[in-house]
Design a protein around this ligand. Structure first.
Ligand code: AMP
Ligand code: MG
Length: 340
């Protein structure tokens, strides 16, 4: 919520009178704002701020995030759509510095995750019907179609940079940054807030969030949603420049013949993941946390520890399809599980 001018003036008057009487505590000056981006609600909390400055920073931030939202959308017209069309023809296309840096990072994440995080599987994600609004007549792909998709084997190693141009050796590669872009945007948001002189902030994009500083002498308390029922499964103490990312099979899925088909695809089988309900990663780098949480869902209950270790995701927590909660030692020291 943004304080309207009238509300601000009214508050100012009240505080002015009270301050003169010496009775009222100092104004809290917490600025809250909310808008819709990246397919989710974005909530911003700025602590200890001059209201006019906070409102101006908040407007600047939502405009910057909107540009990223438009540029990075994998299938709507825009920068990423143009890149994907070019990759599909084998014709290298000029890309900006951000995209070049991002290609380097997704390649490292792909390798360290043993292939679990693979944002070049845009065509697989599209073929499973996750590039559009949910369709009531949706049916799962058949085995032959899945095998054909699997055999295309696109990876970030197929992508190459030739000067400022990006190309692909595999025409089946298409970038879908749905598992990473929110984190990238949160990193950018934190930079923008810091540059604007903000010292204490929390920005939450539908469960992926980043914080600056603390919540006023105590850590921010972040609730982790229970993947299978309403409410939280745990809360985490988060402070300093940290980010928390949660991925879940409940976020987007198709339902068919009593089965759930999740929006996260195992690149090696070209099938939706099925045995991990959610994964949460805490890390200073929000893009890393976002990618790692997606990778842990793909790794599944039997391999998540191995993949977390290989990626360097020390602070991680997962919930399997039966609701069993498991976490690393580093997560134990800051997670407060809530009674079932
Ligand atoms: P998240 O909620 O961060 O786990 O992101 C899920 C989104 O990541 C999906 O909606 C897809 O856009 C994309 N995605 C699906 N499977 C993968 C995968 N194996 N590696 C990278 N991105 C994926
Ligand atoms: Mg992710």
């Amino acid at each position: 919520m943004t304080l309207t001018r009238r509300a601000f003036i009214a508050t100012g008057v009240t505080l002015g009178v009270a301050a003169a009487l010496g009775q009222m505590p100092k104004p809290a000056r917490t600025h809250r704002d909310r808008w819709y981006q990246f397919g989710t609600l974005v909530d911003l909390t700025l602590e200890n701020q001059d209201p006019a400055h906070a409102a101006e920073v908040s407007a600047r931030l939502s405009a910057a995030l909107q540009r990223m939202n438009d540029d990075w959308h994998p299938w709507k017209p825009g920068m990423m759509g143009d890149i994907n069309r070019a990759l599909g023809t084998g014709q290298p296309i000029r890309v900006d510095d951000d995209v070049r840096r991002m290609i380097g990072q997704i390649r490292r994440l792909y390798r360290s995750s043993g292939g679990a995080f693979n944002p070049t599987i845009g065509r697989m994600i599209g073929a499973w019907g996750f590039h559009g609004a949910p369709d009531a007549g949706w049916t799962p792909l058949g085995d032959a179609a899945i095998a054909a998709l699997r055999d295309t084997r696109p990876t970030p190693d197929d992508l190459f940079l030739d000067g400022d141009r990006l190309g692909s050796r595999n025409l089946a590669a298409a970038l879908d940054l749905g598992g990473y872009a929110k984190g990238f945007a949160l990193n950018r948001a934190r930079e923008l807030l810091r540059e604007a002189g903000i010292e204490r902030a929390l920005i939450n994009a539908g469960g992926d969030l980043a914080v600056l500083g603390d919540a006023g002498g105590r850590p921010w308390r972040v609730a982790v949603r229970h993947p299978q029922r309403p409410g939280a499964v745990a809360w985490l103490a988060v402070s300093g420049d940290e980010a928390v990312a949660t991925s879940g099979d409940y976020e987007r899925f198709h339902q068919y013949a009593g089965r759930r088909y999740a929006h996260i695809i195992d690149p090696r089988s070209a099938r939706p993941v099925s045995n991990m309900a959610s994964a949460t990663v805490v890390h200073p780098d929000a893009a890393f946390a976002d990618a790692a949480a997606t990778a842990l869902i793909v790794a599944g209950p039997s391999r998540w520890r191995e993949v977390a270790k290989a990626m360097g995701a020390e602070t991680a927590m997962v919930i399997d399809e039966s609701g069993r909660l498991d976490m690393t030692a580093a997560m134990h020291s800051r997670a407060h599980p809530l009674a079932a």
